[in-house]
Design a protein around this ligand. Structure first.
Ligand SMILES: *[C@@H]1O[C@H](CO)[C@@H](O)[C@H](O)[C@H]1NC(C)=O
Length: 128
């Protein structure tokens, strides 16, 4: 049951995020915490925390990458630093929300509801 919910969500994010510009296998590290949340009951809190660490480091690396790119391409522009600062802030906030916070929270809550429903169904089946 959990696996079906996990699958739907992972597919949704894979499709949605497939539209992103970055095209190296490294971008899959951004999914680490989604996998972590999906397998929380098996791997435990400590490893879920590790997957959040991996996803966050990925976002920071992506932010650095896009900032450097912006620095190079806007070098001769008048408001050079403002443009780089905008790119950095925009990438950091958006990526943290889209890669780490929203999917992590969504999967976490879905599985909590799912586990609760499963427990309830099992409890009803128990002999009284
Ligand atoms: C994982 O992170 C949560 C939230 O910050 C914290 O409450 C918990 O103690 C951490 N667990 C481990 C095993 O590090």
């Amino acid at each position: 049951m959990n696996i079906i919910v996990i699958n739907i969500f992972l597919n949704f994010y894979l499709v949605e995020r497939g539209t992103q510009s970055q095209d190296t296998p490294v971008r899959y590290l951004g999914y680490a915490n989604e996998i972590g949340e999906a397998f929380r009951s098996i791997i435990g809190t400590k490893w879920v925390n590790v997957t959040y660490g991996i996803a966050t480091v990925y976002v920071l690396a992506d932010t650095a990458d896009k900032s450097i790119h912006s620095f190079k391409t806007n070098k001769n522009e008048k408001n050079h630093i403002t443009k780089v600062a905008f790119t950095t802030t925009d990438t950091l906030i958006w990526q943290l929300l889209a890669s780490v916070i929203i999917p992590g929270f969504t999967i976490n809550r879905l599985l909590a509801v799912n586990d609760f429903a499963l427990d309830e169904s099992l409890r009803k089946l128990e002999p009284k």
